[in-house]
Design a protein around this ligand. Structure first.
Ligand code: FE2
Length: 445
């Protein structure tokens, strides 16, 4: 046997956990068996043994929406002074002229390493293809091959400056698909006219159908309540039969739609089966910039769409680029920000937020039975020093171990803080409230 994790609490999906503790046995890079823990049983003589001591084992974090090509360019050549999406695009447009293969590789690799160290082993990155040289696309395709043994990278051909409105935009999108993009993108709200926006979505669907690809459109990323391309995207998904192969990202205009239209949309999106990706960091930053007070939150309808049966995931989106000067790629930060931004503070909603950066995000990427803690699936998982998904979100824990293909990829030893409290000996502080829970005996290991 290649590896066994003993005595773990399993995240079984949608924020739920297993009854009791389990052992996960792995061989040949795959999960062999998942069985109730038996601490009387001798550990195997060969292979790596990880004693979980009741810690939370989850399938890896999944990043459903990031921009690796623009990452780590904040301030180059200038800072986004207004903080708007439009000025961000203008800053990036100037930076794009200086792109080289090595520049993109260096920055994207750096952020992928941050992600892997934090347990993100499936990543969907958007890549701007409104560039006649397609420099970033070629570099990210090269990186996708380089990291194939460690993590899975999907590349979206993303027409940042438009399909209809950018010279040669449609042709560049088609070329990007032929050169290896995994997913077709669009940005209908940025096109010059509503008709251009609709035409761009037809172009995206035609390409996706011709090449058998999925679609992920930046859609209605504006506070303009008249921006209503998500209904077009959903209708096309429904009529083409692409359904769950289609994702609408951002959809922030939804935060400004009236109740009657929202009700229509919830029904349409539920029928279409498309996914939504909410990016709380970027959109709390970018939206509401044209408002006085009251100032809108500028986020999609997370709670309402979840209630309507729509799959919603959280994405990190930007890491130190013209649209967000901060960012670390940490999915638990994304989940925490999402909890507050979308007010997911109900009894089970924090756990739902955890699933929005794990199994719900996996559905966006279409990972199917290549993802999850079940026999026959790749032995990819993360051991979190937490008692539950909600506890992991609250305490923002670092993964103790990240396992990829049954091999140890990253480990983070515990780093206790000792409090020199008045009139007492220094004592460790770990912010747990349920210290009597049997799950908590992994502390300090
Ligand atoms: Fe984005």
């Amino acid at each position: 046997m290649q590896m066994i994790v003993r005595g773990a609490r399993l995240h079984t999906g949608d924020g739920r956990t297993s009854e009791g503790l389990h052992d996960v046995e792995c061989d040949n890079g795959r999960i062999l068996r998942v069985v109730p823990a038996d601490d009387q049983k001798e550990p195997p003589a060969t292979g790596r043994v990880i004693e979980a001591h009741g810690a939370l084992l989850t399938a890896p974090f999944v990043e459903p929406h990031i921009h690796l090509d623009t990452a780590l360019t904040a301030g180059e050549p200038r800072w986004n002074a207004s903080g708007t999406l439009g000025e961000g695009i203008a800053c990036w447009s100037a930076r794009k002229e200086r792109l080289t293969r090595q520049d993109v590789l260096d920055r994207a690799t750096e952020v992928l390493r941050w992600q892997a160290a934090q347990g993100v082993l499936y990543v969907r990155t958007h890549c701007d293809v409104t560039d006649s040289r397609l420099v970033a696309l070629d570099a990210l395709a090269e990186l996708r091959d380089r990291v194939r043994d460690v993590l899975d990278l999907q590349i979206v051909a993303f027409p940042q400056e438009g399909v209809q409105s950018f010279p040669g935009g449609a042709e560049l999108l088609a070329r990007a698909v032929e050169r290896g993009a995994d997913v077709v993108g669009a940005i209908p709200h940025f096109e010059d006219t509503r008709e251009d926006g609709i035409a761009s979505l037809h172009t995206a669907f035609a390409l996706a159908e011709r090449h058998g690809l999925r679609i992920d459109a930046h859609c209605d990323e504006t506070d303009d309540e008249q921006s209503r391309f998500v209904e077009v995207l959903a209708a096309l998904a429904l009529r083409s039969g692409l359904g769950e192969r289609v994702t609408a990202s951002h959809t922030t205009a939804m935060g400004s739609y009236n109740g009657a239209y929202s009700a229509k949309l919830q029904r349409l999106l539920g029928r279409a089966g498309i996914h939504l990706v909410c990016n709380p960091f970027a959109n709390l930053n970018l939206q509401g910039r044209f408002d006085g007070y009251p100032k809108r939150r500028g986020l999609t309808q997370v709670k309402e769409m979840l209630a309507a049966g729509v799959n919603v995931a959280f994405g990190h989106d930007d890491v130190m680029d013209p649209w967000n000067p901060l960012g670390t790629g940490n999915p638990l930060q994304t989940a925490l920000m999402g909890v507050y931004a979308a007010q997911l503070t109900g009894r089970d909603e924090v756990a739902t937020a955890f699933s929005m950066v794990t199994d719900r995000a996996a559905r966006v990427l279409g990972l199917g039975d290549t993802y999850g803690l079940a026999p026959g699936r790749p032995a990819n998982f993360v051991l979190l020093p937490a008692t539950s998904p909600a506890d992991a979100v609250r305490r923002q824990v670092r993964p103790r171990y990240v396992i990829s293909r049954a091999r140890l990829l990253a480990e983070t030893p515990p780093a206790p803080t000792h409090l020199h409290w008045p009139s007492a000996d220094p004592a460790p502080v770990d912010f747990l409230r349920d210290q009597d829970a049997p799950e908590a005996h992994w502390r300090g290991r």
